[in-house]
Design a protein. Structure first.
Length: 120
């Protein structure tokens, strides 16, 4: 079995996405990279890392697959939903929904990426 190293996601504006993931979701920048093709920010989220990638050329390489969503584990889903509501985030659910033994809630990031809160 392999452990996940990170989830890579192409974004339109790295600064907008860094702000969203840090201010709204509490992630921390744990590394950056920039060259003549792209710039990257590695965002620490608990034990995981999200790699945000902005290509300078709109014809830059794109993944052959699609990341369906990124899920964030939260202690209090209602409190977390209220926080993103006040930040003006696009919500995909009206309210948290029961799922298995917990609750889930979907919303969108700045590039339309689907994000999820999960409370056990």
């Amino acid at each position: 079995m392999y452990n996940i190293a990170h989830i890579g996601m192409v974004v339109k504006d790295l600064e907008v996405s860094k702000k969203f993931y840090s201010v709204v979701l509490g992630c921390e920048v744990c590394g950056t990279h920039e060259d003549d093709r792209l710039k990257i920010a590695f965002m620490k989220s608990g034990d995981g890392v999200i790699e945000l990638i902005q290509y300078f050329n709109s014809n830059g390489p794109r993944s052959a697959g699609v990341v369906d969503h990124i899920a964030f584990k939260v202690k209090d889903i209602e409190e977390s939903v209220e926080k993103i509501k006040t930040a003006g985030v696009t919500l995909l659910f009206d309210a948290p929904k029961p799922f298995k033994a917990g609750k889930i809630f979907f919303f969108q990031g700045p590039d339309g990426e689907r994000l999820e809160f999960v409370q056990d």
